[in-house]
Design a protein around this ligand. Structure first.
Ligand code: E4P
Length: 223
């Protein structure tokens, strides 16, 4: 399972990219808005494009950028603009009727699409049939409503395999390291993680204690 960062923050991307384990980035309007608000900056089209270009240069791999139009015509126009920014850009579309129409049209033009806000296997089936390269089921948000995000992911992964569909499954809305383990065991192709969860993956108190003990023992005999 590949690991993506779910962020629009360049420092976070550069930090994790330096670990050598980062395969891509996903953004969404909330993450982009947070990024620009934190800088006190107003969001302009040029500013957004420059920022997405910088993200593409900071990571080797796909970078999902989401449209904000709600109608297929608007999504296609926005998707074309986003895709033209950089070859690594994948256009993210919501899983709605209009999103399906836009997905079909953009994929026919050779634009890679990530269908987002997937909460059921049937939505995933529709998105895959519309030609999506990626499907993003949201684990955490399903768990938030006391349903089972892992079960939704399990059905989607199995369905993609049984139906021999080509879409890759991105486990999204990851809240904690157990979600990552669960997604990997269930066979997700990719998990997209917030920066904090990426850091948590690596941390273990026994690693810190073990390293401190090794160094203390070494100090006692060091030549
Ligand atoms: C997926 O690509 C989304 O950006 C993301 O995972 C949403 O997660 P959230 O529920 O933490 O906002």
């Amino acid at each position: 399972m590949e690991l993506y960062l779910d962020t629009a923050n360049l420092e976070e991307i550069r930090e994790i990219a330096a670990w050598g384990v980062l395969s891509g980035v996903t953004t969404n309007p909330t993450l982009v808005a947070k990024e620009f608000a934190a800088r006190g900056g107003q969001l302009s089209r040029e500013g957004l494009e420059a920022h997405l270009r910088a993200i593409c240069e900071a990571v080797e791999g796909p970078v999902s950028a989401e449209v904000t139009a709600l109608d297929a015509e608007g999504m296609v126009a926005e998707g074309r603009r986003l895709a033209a920014i950089h070859p690594q850009i994948v256009v993210k579309l919501p899983t709605t009727e209009e999103g399906l129409k836009a997905c079909k049209r953009l994929t026919a033009e050779g634009v890679r699409v990530n269908m987002t806000l997937v909460f059921s296997a049937n939505q995933a089936l529709l998105a895959a049939r519309a030609g999506a390269a990626y499907l993003s089921p949201f684990l955490g948000r399903v768990d938030d409503i006391s349903w089972d995000g892992g079960e939704v992911l399990r059905e989607i992964v199995e369905m993609i395999q049984v139906q021999d569909l080509s879409a890759k499954v991105i486990a999204a809305s990851i809240r904690h390291p157990r979600h990552v383990t669960e997604a990997a065991l269930l066979g997700a192709d990719i998990a997209t993680l917030p920066h904090a969860v990426f850091k948590q993956l690596l941390k273990h108190p026994l690693t810190d204690i073990g390293l401190a003990r090794f160094l203390a023992d070494w100090e006692r005999v060091r030549p």
